[in-house]
Design a protein. Structure first.
Length: 146
């Protein structure tokens, strides 16, 4: 694996990098810097850089109920896909979710993100639900690791 650097976004510059990647990959749900700050308090966020270039980001939503279900989301900018960076982000997110006590792993993909959907299915996720959020025109897909 090339020289990858993983970082939790703990200062504004890093939060802005995480936000940029999220907003490019999820253009139907643009987040403000304040929303990203709030997420960083509830979830485990991470950014990956190749040298100094932004590659991707991840979110791990910790288990929050009796089902011990965590959500692991890995996002890689289109120009960096197909090089194993998503694998690295996903593996780190999965490890973190299990450290937090997760017994069940979910993910969520915007249906227009065909690469993300293909990645999830390749890694053993199966679709559990499709839905539209209020005001959206592109469905979200919830998937569970089988």
């Amino acid at each position: 694996m090339p020289d990858l650097r993983f970082q939790q976004p703990d200062v504004d510059a890093a939060l802005k990098d995480w936000r940029y990647i999220h907003n490019v990959i999820i253009p139907t749900h643009i987040l403000s810097l304040e929303e990203v700050r709030e997420r960083s308090e509830r979830h485990h966020l991470e950014i990956v850089y190749l040298n100094d270039a932004l590659v991707g980001c991840s979110t791990v939503r910790p288990p929050a109920d009796a089902t011990m279900t965590a959500t692991v989301i890995a996002r890689v900018l289109a120009s960096h896909r197909g090089h194993g960076f998503g694998e690295a982000l996903y593996a780190r997110g999965l490890h973190r979710a299990r450290e937090l006590g997760a017994r069940v792993i979910d993910t969520v993909v915007l249906s227009s993100n065909e690469d993300g959907l293909r990645f999830a299915k390749k890694h053993g996720f199966v679709e559990t639900e499709r839905y539209l959020l209020p005001g959206d025109t592109i469905p979200w897909i919830d998937l569970r690791l089988s």
